[in-house]
Design a protein around this ligand. Structure first.
Ligand SMILES: [Zn+2]
Length: 170
């Protein structure tokens, strides 16, 4: 590898903190999920109120759980005996989009062939209640939505230059 290649590698590494999803996102119960900032985190629709969403996250390694509304109200189900349905939905969607091996590796959970679902993966974690900066996640979700609303065009979109065109998909 010559000096130029090494430089390109470093440049690329600085932009792949967010792993690209293995399959296309579908907008549903969990409209946004990402493996970023050392957490599996995302936005989960409220089951009962269409206007309310929850920002939920599971931290890698510590397995700290966090869940609250986009207005920073704590989730009522978070302190129950099992993780709230938002966290379970978040993990299910992460497994669907990224694959269970990748999500487990990101969270630093050792798994065997029996673990194929988000629920099974959750059982392998010793979870704790923690806190996470939900505002950051939510604003990234809103920015993601704004790109969905950008009209189709073949002209370059300056903001998207931040993302590598193809390279991160491995
Ligand atoms: Zn919740």
């Amino acid at each position: 590898m010559d000096a130029e290649d090494a430089g390109a590698g470093i440049g690329r590494r600085s932009v792949v903190g967010v792993l690209p999803p293995a399959r296309a996102r579908k907008l549903a119960k969990v409209p946004f999920v990402e493996l970023a900032d050392g957490r599996v985190q995302g936005v989960v629709s409220s089951g009962s109120d269409i206007a309310r969403v929850y920002v939920s996250s599971i931290a890698a390694e510590s397995h700290d759980l966090s869940c609250g509304t986009n207005n920073n109200r704590p989730c009522g189900g978070l302190y129950g005996s099992s993780p709230c349905k938002h966290l379970r939905s978040l993990l299910d969607e992460a497994v669907l989009q990224y694959g269970v091996e990748r999500v487990a590796a990101y969270l630093r959970v050792g798994i065997d062939a029996d673990v194929t679902s988000g629920a099974a993966l959750m059982q392998r974690m010793d979870t704790h209640h923690g806190s996470a900066p939900s505002g950051v996640v939510f604003s990234r979700f809103l920015r993601y939505l704004s790109y969905l609303e950008v009209p189709g065009t073949t002209a370059p979109l300056p903001e998207m230059h931040w993302f590598p065109a193809t390279g991160a998909a491995r």
